[in-house]
Structures are given as C-alpha cells and as structure tokens.
Design a protein. Structure first.
Length: 122
C-alpha cells in the first residue's frame, strides 16, 4: 500500500513497484486519515508511508496502526531525512526509512528482506 500526498511521487513509486516481481500495489492514499482507513480495510503486507501528509501525519498513522495491528510492516518514504524523524520511525517499529531521492536504490533491499522473512514464516 502507498500513502503520499504528492501525486507525482505516488505515481513514480507505483510505476517502479510494478516492475518488481512478487509486488503489487493494493491501495493508495493521499492523506493520513485515508491511509489509516485503507490499511485497516485491506491489511497490506507492507505500507509505504510518507511522514508529512494532510489530515494525519505518517507518524500518527503508524502509531494508530501499531495500537491496532502491531504486526504492520511500515517503511517510511520521506523527503525530510533527519535524525528526529528516523528516531521516531524506529520507535514506531518501522522496518525502514528511505529518503524520497533514494527510493529506487534503497527500497528494493528492504522489500527483499520482507519477502524473504515472509517466505520463512510460511
């Protein structure tokens, strides 16, 4: 699932993910409240979540998801790459934090780790 208020970036990530085997986008949201509702409805294996969004921040969405479903897999994608956001993401149990400028390089290894862990659990 993708959640980002920047439509151009959302399209870029969706198109990139379409090229990866074993990956499909099951839902998209452009604000935090919609992201939370969709995540609870579709229960995706992975949520790619922007930090700064209208309605609710990605950090707030992640906190609510942790309360409801502690097993949620979240990777934050953000143009705000700083220590405080990284620390907050880590405290919320995110499996990764990727700068938007580096998503093509940094996202694939994290997805591969998640897919490998999922395979080991089956």
């Amino acid at each position: 699932m993708l959640a980002d208020d920047n439509g151009t970036f959302l399209t870029a990530v969706r198109n990139f993910l379409r090229m990866l085997p074993d990956v499909s986008v099951v839902a998209e949201a452009r604000d935090g409240r919609t992201a939370l509702a969709m995540a609870l409805e579709v229960c995706p294996d992975l949520i790619l979540l922007d930090i700064v969004m209208p309605e609710m921040s990605g950090l707030e969405v992640a906190q609510k998801l942790r309360e409801i479903n502690p097993e949620s897999n979240i990777i934050f994608l953000s143009m705000h790459d700083n220590d405080s956001y990284r620390a907050a993401a880590s405290e919320l149990g995110a499996i990764g934090y990727v700068g938007k400028g580096d998503f093509v390089v940094d996202l694939v290894p994290l997805i591969d780790l998640l897919l490998a862990a999922k395979g080991e659990l089956q």
